[in-house]
Design a protein around this ligand. Structure first.
Ligand code: SF4
Length: 386
């Protein structure tokens, strides 16, 4: 059996920038979409030469707002994947969509192209909060998108939510969570808002006009999320990710458990053959590189920040990413991968955090406790070897 490989395809276009967003995404003239897609297809085709020994187990088309594109472009990209890679018949194929940018004919086209998972960015079920976040859609737009996806036969839907953002109250969060869970999505991601430099929220915070929920309110929101999700039958399999049994996002799970991945498109990151790299994040550079006639262009002009991971860095990542998952890390896997016992390398932070009640040990596995998840930044930083 060939080893697994995951593909990430980045579509950096959005209708408008949200007030909190620092992702690599921007509004652009739709005339550029076709050029971008044809460059993406060249990149996918060219890179396939090194992937013959792998089976692609997941494809994630993310952004930005992939659903802003004409459906034919998504079909062409997935067709290029099929023609050039050994795509497993069981592969998870996800597309991110924003309410309002999706119409029924696009859903049918995605389905025909093999997409079997939809991820919808809602963020809040309260229209005033959506406006504050700078989203371009209403909750009613989301409902239409969600119901259309169900009618089109999508049985694996994720809904993205944000909590702990400015002016959010316990009441509106309760309403958001209850309204969304009534729809019974298979997967829900809940991210705490982080105010990033360069965003409108960052400027508003500097001016003192943003009222963030207090620490107590944030704790109340977190604890309500945990108990309401559990009561509703959702499993927390990673810090920010909840699902109904059997609907973990395989693509993300692969990231956290060391499956190699190749990223295509502007600014996309890759981890392959022990190397990490990132594509250029300058659109003029990405579109200007001759990927068809210049085989060296991939490594020399398209990629930046190329790093070969040392053995220590691989061990750190094993712990750092694995402990994000609630099933934790396996001591046997560690031994198999690195030829050393987990305790020989990380015995000190493991014992210390077990003593503090932040890590628990059961059978072959070490995992963060609920208290450990609450202070995960502090715990995970202790697994850095240099
Ligand atoms: S839709 Fe998503 S990627 Fe686009 S600006 Fe908003 S948060 Fe950023």
């Amino acid at each position: 059996m060939k080893p697994e490989l995951e593909l990430y395809i980045h579509i950096p276009f959005c209708e408008k920038k949200c007030n909190y967003c620092d992702f690599l995404s921007f509004r652009t003239d739709p005339a550029i979409h076709g050029t971008y897609i044809s460059q993406l297809i060249k990149e996918l085709t060219g890179m396939s030469a090194i992937c013959g020994g792998y089976t692609v187990s997941s494809v994630f088309v993310g952004g930005g707002t992939p659903s802003i594109l004409q459906a034919e472009y998504i079909e062409a990209v997935l067709d290029a994947v099929r023609r050039n890679y050994d795509l497993s018949e069981y592969a998870e194929i996800t597309i991110e969509c924003n309410p309002g940018s999706i119409m029924r004919h696009k859903l049918a086209a995605y389905k025909n192209a093999g997409v079997n998972r939809r991820s919808i960015g809602l963020q809040s079920a309260d229209n005033a909060e959506l406006k504050l976040l700078g989203r371009v859609h209403s909750f009613e737009d989301f409902l239409k998108t969600y119901q259309a996806a169900r009618m089109e036969g999508f049985h694996n839907i994720n809904v993205d939510l944000i909590d702990c953002f400015p002016m959010q109250s316990m009441n509106t969060w309760r309403k958001t969570l209850r309204t969304v869970l009534m729809l019974k999505p298979e997967h829900v991601s809940v991210y705490n808002l982080i105010i990033e430099p360069g965003t409108p929220f960052y400027e508003m915070q500097k001016e003192g006009v943003l009222m963030m929920p207090s620490e107590e309110e944030q704790e109340e929101i977190d604890s309500y999320t945990k108990s309401y999700m559990k009561r509703s039958g959702y499993i927390r399999y990673e810090f920010s990710n909840w699902c109904r049994p059997g609907f973990e996002c395989r693509h993300n799970y692969g990231y956290w458990t060391g499956v190699p991945y190749l990223g295509f498109g502007l600014g996309a990151s890759s981890f392959f053959s022990g190397y990490r790299w990132k594509n250029t994040d300058r659109i003029e550079d990405y579109l200007g590189i001759d990927l068809e006639n210049d085989p060296e262009a991939f490594a020399e002009r398209l990629r930046t920040d190329i790093t070969k991971l040392s053995r220590e860095e691989k061990m750190e990542e094993f712990m750092y990413l694995g402990l994000r998952c609630t099933e934790g890390v396996s001591a046997m896997n560690f031994l198999g991968r690195f030829g050393l016992s987990i305790n020989a390398v990380f015995g000190v932070p493991i014992e210390k955090n077990i003593g503090l009640g932040l890590i628990e040990h059961e059978g072959d596995r070490y995992r963060l406790t609920e208290r450990g998840i609450d202070v995960s930044n502090q715990v995970l930083s202790e697994f850095l070897l240099h």
